[in-house]
Design a protein around this ligand. Structure first.
Ligand SMILES: [Zn+2]
Length: 458
């Protein structure tokens, strides 16, 4: 079969390659789902089998954004417990979350994924750790939603086995048994994990957090992941309360606890990492452990400011995440580019804090690294998968900003004229092409109301 090509030209390009190569006016050629060429000026003359030619005038092309931490199910509980800190917020919401079922999770996944895609995300992830008994196959529900929407996807199959009666935070009826959680996680790997270069679905092993998971589940989860060659994900060092909890329960801080249970390594990425000491950062750097930085959620829950400039200076891989939408109602990764930059300027680093290009790197190549996919996505380079976004920057919101990267990162969220995942369009003219947005909005509203009714005991 003849190759088919998409040509995008007359646009600014930020490749986010190792040299941060940019073109004020350049082209990208996509051939059979891969990037064939990127460069200055118009595309080479004489290309054959061009099925589509896009005039990118007034636009910036970047790699698609990569989200590295999310909880899709929380789409149904946005705007609740709005003035709580992390532990109070968890205790307030767990009883509702424990009532989720398969249709709710499917609708919540569609809502979360739709919002991600409209915001220029081409690789999404879901850390799903609430598996109430009898709720159905929730992993299949979120994977099906990602497949139908057309986004590349990592499901971090989460779990909890430390209920209230074991000193944990979640109610007992919301947790799984140790063996049940491990068996279900391995079955999810068997059924859905694709290790290939162009994989649309990958699975990670993802016990929820030290305060909702037994030490045995942490340890055996790490063993399972390494035996099966998949990545490991969890929450870590999010709040001062968590640090206190670890000292009381385990006699050490979170990073030492992770080291002891097998949770530091180049195949691990951890959400938040706000409260790290210099020795913790050194341990992350030494082991290649990655970080999912979630600035909006950290602010929403008053968790603190992650030491991202220190992490980057030490060589730690860092990506961006929206976190669950119960602590970041927007669920839009574009705003995390801006907030990562702004929040880091408010911290102790000031002048040494993130730049606009540094923020774009976190949201693209940094995310690809922490998901273990930097060979395939995260930068615009010949031979990589054609996951890219054409951002419109010639409207009122951005047209007077000369630097397109500054416009994207510091300006209002930019509309997406076109996004491609493996060369297939997911967004066109700021609308989803694969699903009906209005239908998704109606379904998520209906399921959110059903969940609220059930949780209220009606
Ligand atoms: Zn989270």
């Amino acid at each position: 079969m003849a190759v088919s090509r998409i040509v995008i030209e007359h646009c600014a390009i930020a490749t986010v390659d190792a040299d941060d190569t940019e073109y004020a006016d350049g082209h990208v050629v996509v051939a059979d789902g891969l990037i064939e060429s990127v460069g200055p000026g118009p595309a080479p003359a004489g290309l054959e089998h061009v099925v589509r030619r896009v005039d990118g005038t007034g636009h910036l092309v970047t790699p698609g954004l990569v989200n590295t931490h999310h909880h899709f199910y929380q789409w149904l509980t946005r705007g609740l417990a709005t003035d709580h800190n992390l532990f109070d917020w968890l205790v307030a919401l767990y009883p509702t979350w424990a009532r989720i079922d398969q249709p709710m999770v499917r609708a919540a996944a569609e809502g979360s994924l739709a919002m991600m895609a409209l915001g220029g995300v081409t690789t999404a992830m879901d850390h799903h750790y609430v598996h109430p008994r009898g709720a159905g196959d929730l992993s299949a529900a979120v994977i099906g939603a990602a497949r139908d929407l057309g986004l590349r996807f990592t499901l971090a199959r989460g779990s909890m086995d430390r209920g209230e009666s074991d000193g944990g935070l979640p109610p007992d009826f919301a947790v799984e048994t140790l063996d049940g959680a491990l068996a279900a996680t391995e079955e999810t790997i068997d059924r859905h994990h694709d290790p290939s270069f162009a994989a649309m679905t990958q699975i990670a092993v993802a016990p929820c957090s030290p305060f909702s998971v037994s030490t045995d589940l942490m340890r055996r989860g790490a063993e399972l992941a390494r035996r099966r060659g998949v990545r490991l994900h969890t929450h870590g060092s999010e709040t001062v309360e968590e640090e206190r909890f670890c000292h009381e329960l385990f006699g050490c801080g979170p990073t030492d606890y992770f080291a002891e249970t097998g949770w530091l390594g180049p195949d691990v990425w951890m959400a938040h990492c706000v409260h790290l000491h210099a020795t913790d950062i050194a341990a992350f750097a030494r082991t290649g452990t990655g970080v999912a930085h979630c600035p909006s959620s950290n602010a929403r829950l008053a968790a603190g400011i992650a030491p991202v400039p220190d992490l980057l200076a030490a060589g730690v891989p860092v990506g961006l995440g929206v976190d669950g939408t119960a602590s970041n109602e927007a669920g839009d990764l574009r705003t995390e580019l801006r907030n990562a930059l702004l929040v880091s300027r408010l911290g102790p680093h000031r002048e040494a804090a993130l730049t606009a290009r540094g923020a774009l790197r976190l949201g693209t190549h940094g995310g690809a690294r922490v998901l273990g996919r930097a060979d395939a996505i995260g930068s615009l380079e010949a031979g990589k998968l054609a996951d890219l976004v054409l951002w419109r920057l010639d409207t009122l919101a951005h047209s007077s900003i000369a630097d397109p990267v500054a416009a994207l990162v510091l300006g209002a969220p930019a509309p997406v004229t076109l996004s491609l995942v493996g060369g297939r369009p997911v967004v066109e003219d700021n609308h989803l092409v694969t699903v009906d947005e209005d239908a998704v909005a109606r379904a998520t509203r209906a399921e959110a109301r059903r969940l609220a009714r059930i949780a209220a005991g009606d």
